[in-house]
Design a protein around this ligand. Sequence first.
Ligand code: Z5A
Length: 223
Amino acid sequence: MRGRFVVFEGGEGGGKTTQLERSRQWLVESGWLERLQAKGYVRDLVVTREPGGTEVGRAIRQLLLNHSSQEAIQDRAELLLYAADRAQHVEGFLRPQLEAGALILCDRYTDSTVAYQGYGRGLDLTLINQLNQIASGGLESDLTFWLDLPCELGLARTQQRGTSDRIEQADLTFHQQVQKGFAQLAQQHPQRIVRIDASQPKDLVTQHIQAALIQSLTRWFGV
Ligand code: Z5A
């Protein structure tokens, strides 16, 4: 049995966390998960995220996103911390889960590194691709949802929520670059990345994601 790996990506406030949870709930409540389990295609449904999908990763996440010291994290150090989180996540959690037949829903993965550290911070893309390869051991998602939202709207949503972390304080240009990164990735990997218009109301976004999930599940398992 081999599981499947579904990733939710996008800029701030795009609705990844909301939609990932709705997908989890829908897979359970619609009976899809039960059907896939009964046929022996899927063992379990698992939710995780980057950074922070493991115990080591949670310490790295704390360091990256709630870093309070006066000493700024340098861009390459930041890149390596995301890579360390990923290496731990892939070897210690994602691969074993996939080998055991889990259907995984993951909040962010390698595309975030390309978009944030590559396009956002301006670090060399070849270096980032090499590092992604090392950290992931070549593990790619089977399906990635890119929740595409103009960054002004995304930032307005997160500000309304009243949360702010390290990257959210960076300027609009940074977020526009990140957005450009995701757009490039979607163009380069149309077989893996599905663009979802995240400016629509939540329920409509959910409907589009569910339709794409049904299509993929049917293709993967023939059910
Ligand atoms: N990062 C990186 O730089 N490099 C990497 O390799 C990786 C990550 C893996 C992780 O944060 C940070 O790490 C992130 C990138 C960086 N940067 N920052 N900062 P995260 O993933 O934990 O958090 P986030 O990306 O900042 O997520 P978020 O701001 O929580 O956004 P979201 O998950 O996409 O959205 P949400 O929480 O579901 O929704 C946000 C708000 O909008 C909330 O109030 C919702 O109710 C509302 N919402 C959602 N959908 C809608 C619609 N359709 N209409 C209206 N309102 C909506």
